[in-house]
Design a protein around this ligand. Sequence first.
Ligand SMILES: *[C@@H]1O[C@H](CO)[C@@H](O)[C@H](O)[C@H]1NC(C)=O
Ligand SMILES: *[C@@H]1O[C@H](CO)[C@@H](O)[C@H](O)[C@H]1NC(C)=O
Ligand SMILES: *[C@@H]1O[C@H](CO)[C@@H](O)[C@H](O)[C@H]1NC(C)=O
Length: 448
Amino acid sequence: MRRIHIKGDVLCTLILVVLLCILLFAYQNLIPIWRTMCIEHGTSNTRALLGSAKERSHPSQALDVPHYNQKSKLHAQTESMQQNESKYPKTRSKLNKKDLKRKATRTKAPPVPTLPQFDFKDYLRRKDQRQFKMLIDQPKKCTGPNGAPYLLIAIKSMAVDFDKRQVVRHTWGREGVAKNGINIMTVFLLGVPQNVTELPQWDRLLAYESSIFKDILLWDFKDTFFNLTLKETHFLQWVNTSCSKAKFIFKGDADVYVNIENVLEMLEDKQTNEDFFVGDIIVHARPIRRRNSKYYVPEFIYGQGIYPSYAGGGGYVMSGHTALRLHMACKEVELFPIDDVFLGMCLLRIGVKLIHHVGFRTFGIDRPPAAPYLEVFDPCFYRELILVHSLTVPQIWLMWNLLHDPSVRCHISRGSTILPFQWGKEASTKDKIKDIDYAYGLPVFVTH
Ligand SMILES: *[C@@H]1O[C@H](CO)[C@@H](O)[C@H](O)[C@H]1NC(C)=O
Ligand SMILES: *[C@@H]1O[C@H](CO)[C@@H](O)[C@H](O)[C@H]1NC(C)=O
Ligand SMILES: *[C@@H]1O[C@H](CO)[C@@H](O)[C@H](O)[C@H]1NC(C)=O
């Protein structure tokens, strides 16, 4: 009897312990899941605004939901990189506790600080004024001894971002003639800085940069986010007047890494007198109607529920033929404050087929889900891509040098290492002014 008694006690304790464990488990796991389920249900409206899960996201979505973007990616890096899939994972059970907590805090936390309200009514009033004077031009850029460029690289830049221009000039945006006779030219597209106190000498800087590098295009409009559309139209105008013989054009941001070798390879079999437009194509994106978003667009500016397909503004490639047709088309389209969507409207007007290429990572690279802290700054990975967005100046410089270092070997599907890009004998103007580069205090830039 006594023995059984003891066994019973042990059993009771065991059962109690097990019950406690179950309770603890439930508290830690089930309640957050239940909580997120409620939250997710509550935010379904927001999600509708952001577009359905199968659609490609707009940059704003990447900005507005950073936690989803960076942490909760469940799938391995798939080739197609459907950005939104990672943000709205279907299998909730796989989410770890951290993700769930993040989600919970995200929805509880007050919304992003409200941006100063943009005066859209004023925008409508002024939008017929779309011709601005050119303050710095490069009229002879495309008629030099090497003739018109095979590839014209056009980069949106701001006056203060001298360091970004320098790193692009010395890395992937290098001008020159490659061994096979392909010549590349680069221009930077600028407006007048909005905040002059940030860089009081901006005009002297740009004038001097222009005289040295001959790559500055400056127009007399304020360099603001919503004026990027003006940058687009004025650039197309410049192509029409000063560089209409360019065979292909890359246009993009300065904080990207572009694998120019891969761009050239992609263009090898393309006809120059036909329409061609390739990039990270975003389809069925919906206008953002939340006032605190950077990309907020009220209904009286754009009434329709869906934007035309467009290429992510981080970078895209088109033929010169398409650029000239776009110049004509964009003149007929009312100005729209978001430049990449505006270009999508012009493209729709002339019916150009937009080609989506997985090598354009205009949303950057997501970390693998299993190792969120893993560094994806891997030259072997970048070798396969065309464009990666959001790199810092030192990252761009380092990546370019790693990719052009013959001792860095990759065991990749192509079987062999890709030979570093070789420049021909003809020195570009920059090689001649190497001394001046050093005078700038930038001796770190290695000329290969
Ligand atoms: C302009 O830039 C200066 C220096 O960075 C800064 O202190 C100031 O707040 C800025 N002004 C505006 C209106 O952004
Ligand atoms: C665009 O630039 C023009 C000319 O400088 C300026 O009047 C206007 O306010 C700017 N628009 C935006 C949206 O910043
Ligand atoms: C430039 O644009 C004008 C119209 O603005 C057009 O007549 C002309 O043909 C264009 N030039 C080229 C080279 O396409």
